[in-house]
Design a protein around this ligand. Structure first.
Ligand SMILES: C[S@@+](CC[C@H](N)C(=O)[O-])C[C@H]1O[C@@H](n2cnc3c(N)ncnc32)[C@H](O)[C@@H]1O
Length: 263
């Protein structure tokens, strides 16, 4: 904690995008350059932070599913503690700050402590990871809206009924563990078993992988392929538009029957 003479510093919550430095915004880069302290997440681009934030103390507060070495409360306390000590604190988060990122809780913690806080939006994995797999979320005549949902906890029957009835693209974050519940629920609520589904793992990493199957078989295909987090799921006709090399997803699916694993 700062003594009474220390003026509080400031906090900048930065959306770091889905892992590629190319998707850091200019604002993000500028905030990092002047930072004294950077608290960063596992899925934010962090491998070259030492050069992006040359004067900063770097603190890894990354969580993996079911493993939170630093709790959310602990992260908020660290942010506030460093800012009250007069530091220019950057909280670097994966994707966008406010998309399933607990960013607003961190902003509120700063407000409660009287610390000035700024938010710099980031590119969300919900949009960028499908794009990296060649999947557009909207396409004229195919889908004119998309819904982004959290698969962290199983959806209710009402939510599944709503989603199944929308007739547009569904994007699921944190959805690998709940995929069996999710796909069974959509089928139960009337979605066609022929509806294409894509699972894009580890977007923007050298081992990015896309698995495509129809809704009726996606669970068995995902188990066979060893699909794991982090991954973005896309459910909808737009998946047929995916391009990989010379082939579209539809051509790949037609060739491989109900299974297609695309590089
Ligand atoms: C806690 S949420 C945070 C989302 C983040 N705020 C955003 O806007 O992208 C983490 C989830 O985002 C998705 N995700 C983030 N980065 C990803 C990546 N590079 N590849 C695949 N999925 C990613 C996964 O579904 C992961 O479980």
């Amino acid at each position: 904690m700062a003594d009474a003479a220390t003026a509080p510093g400031r906090v900048t919550l930065v959306g770091g995008g889905p892992g590629s430095e190319e998707l850091l915004t200019v604002g993000a880069v500028e905030a990092l350059i002047t930072a004294d302290v950077v608290l960063y997440d596992r899925l934010a681009p962090h491998t070259r932070l030492a050069s992006l934030a040359p004067d900063a103390v770097l603190i890894d507060v990354g969580k993996t599913p079911g493993h939170h070495p630093v709790s959310q409360t602990g992260i908020e306390e660290l942010i506030v503690e460093h800012a009250l000590a007069g530091s220019d604190v950057v909280r670097l988060k994966g994707g966008d700050v406010y998309v399933f990122g607990r960013g607003s809780e961190e902003v509120l913690a700063c407000h409660r402590a009287g610390i000035p806080v700024t938010v710099i939006s980031g590119v969300s994995s919900a949009i960028a990871v499908p794009a990296a797999a060649g999947i557009p979320l909207t396409h004229r005549g195919v889908s004119r809206m998309f819904t982004v949902v959290s698969g962290h906890a199983p959806l209710s029957d009402d939510e599944l009924l709503h989603l199944a009835g929308l007739g547009s693209t569904i994007v699921v974050l944190m959805g690998v563990n709940t995929l069996p519940h999710f796909s069974a629920g959509l089928l139960r609520q009337g979605m066609s078993p022929e509806m294409p589904v894509a699972v894009i793992e580890r977007g923007f990493s050298p081992d990015q992988r896309t698995t495509i199957a129809d809704l009726g078989s996606i669970v068995s295909v995902a188990i066979r392929s060893g699909v794991s987090s982090p991954a973005v799921l896309v459910v909808g006709e737009v998946v047929r538009l995916a391009h990989t090399g010379d082939l579209t997803a539809a051509e790949m699916m037609a060739r491989a029957g109900r299974l297609s694993v695309l590089g």
